[in-house]
Design a protein around this ligand. Structure first.
Ligand code: SF4
Length: 115
């Protein structure tokens, strides 16, 4: 399906012509931005972001939508690996004894002194 994108700063409006039912709701709501007789027909420079978003949300066929800006440099959550310390018995490491955990590092507590 054809999608056309119109971007200004961090706002991207997507228009899917195959979904448009030509109701005219967009250009009646915000004629300074939605101009069907001009090219490009969506001109985001001519209104505030909030007004554009409100008009896009009013599109009855959802031919208009807002494209969310992708999160930047945030790695997806990685759950810790499971089964590392206790592999199933059929695995290559099955039955292998794992070493006890190392004692905490830091100040050593001296043994008690006899009276
Ligand atoms: S409001 Fe949506 S369906 Fe109506 S003309 Fe605009 S884009 Fe097309």
């Amino acid at each position: 399906m054809i999608k056309k994108e119109y971007t200004k700063d961090d706002l991207t409006v997507v228009w899917e012509p195959g979904l448009c039912i030509h109701s005219g709701a967009c250009f009646r709501s915000l004629p300074s931005v939605f101009k069907p007789l001009e090219r490009p027909w969506i001109q985001l420079d001519n209104a505030e972001k909030e007004a554009i978003i409100k008009t896009v949300e009013g599109c009855p066929s959802h031919a208009l939508s807002i494209k969310q800006k992708a999160a930047q440099n945030i790695p997806p959550f990685q759950p810790p690996p499971t089964g590392e310390r206790n592999p199933p018995s059929g695995s290559p490491r099955g039955g292998e004894k794992l070493p006890p955990p190392a004692p905490p590092r830091g100040r050593e507590i001296p043994p008690p002194v006899p009276p």
